[in-house]
Design a protein around this ligand. Structure first.
Ligand SMILES: Nc1ncnc2c1ncn2[C@@H]1O[C@H](COP(=O)(O)OP(=O)(O)O)[C@@H](O)[C@H]1O
Ligand SMILES: [Mg+2]
Length: 228
């Protein structure tokens, strides 16, 4: 479903050129639960951002369901991000002045969903992530783990094909991190949503069904793991 061919990304930091990705080949099928693992600076965020159309590649191609995202114009990319992708970030990235409910429904109003469908969809996902009754809280009145659950609800709400999660548990204690991973895994199996999540944490890698190792911008390992 997702195919990367010889993807390269070079950043210029003043005089210096940083080769963040140096020729990545990777195929991910629908419904996979893949961890992109590697030390800090190995290119994990760059890789996720390229798949998510947040960053541009310099060379190579990324094809998703047969569509070459490198050939899309800005408007097509924005529509693709809005309609097909969900994002989860290390620091949750909720809008602080909006309630949990408003954070989740904002993206739904952008895709033109009407109010009553929006309400129904939001209630379904709040239930799924275990936050029933907390819809009207502001992010500041939720714990880190609860904020990340809101972020998962937000990502799931539009029923995306792919959820990209950049170090989703890095700001959480290990117990809460594990709960978040279990939730992602349940959603992966229930909805067949493809999850691609990055980490440098061994505990997180152990949750993956497939482990792709990045090292200095290249794939250094790719293994299917036995069911954890
Ligand atoms: N916007 C940028 N400008 C310059 N260098 C960058 C930029 N983004 C990332 N890099 C560099 O690219 C390399 C890979 O970064 P990144 O993808 O963030 O790795 P990871 O997420 O694995 O820590 C690092 O050396 C980083 O410093
Ligand atoms: Mg990163």
């Amino acid at each position: 479903m997702i195919t990367l061919k010889q993807v390269k990304r070079v950043y210029s930091a003043g005089e210096v050129k940083v080769h963040a990705l140096r020729g990545v080949d990777l195929s991910i099928e629908r419904g996979e639960f893949v961890s992109i693992a590697g030390p800090s600076g190995s290119g994990k965020t760059t890789l996720l951002n390229i798949i998510g159309c947040i960053d541009l590649m310099d060379e190579g191609s990324v094809t998703i369901d047969g569509v070459n995202i490198g050939l899309m114009d800005k408007a097509k990319k924005a529509a693709y991000r809005r309609n097909e992708l969900g994002f989860i970030f290390q620091s949750y990235n909720l809008i602080p002045v909006l309630t949990a409910y408003e954070n989740v429904t904002l993206g739904l109003s952008l895709i033109g969903m009407n109010k009553s469908d929006m309400r129904e969809r939001a209630m379904t996902v709040f239930k799924e992530v275990g936050l029933e009754g907390m819809e009207n809280r502001l992010p500041s009145r939720l714990s880190g783990g609860q904020q990340q659950r809101v972020a998962i609800a937000r990502a799931l709400a539009k029923n995306p094909k792919i959820i990209l999660a950049d170090e989703p548990t890095a700001n959480l204690d290990s117990h809460t991190g594990e709960e978040i991973l279990k939730l992602m895994r349940i959603m992966n199996e229930k909805h067949q949503t493809t999850f691609i999540f990055s980490t440098h944490d061994k505990m997180v890698m152990d949750f993956a069904k497939r482990l792709v190792l990045l090292h200095d911008g290249l794939i250094a390992g790719d293994t299917m793991r036995k069911e954890a």
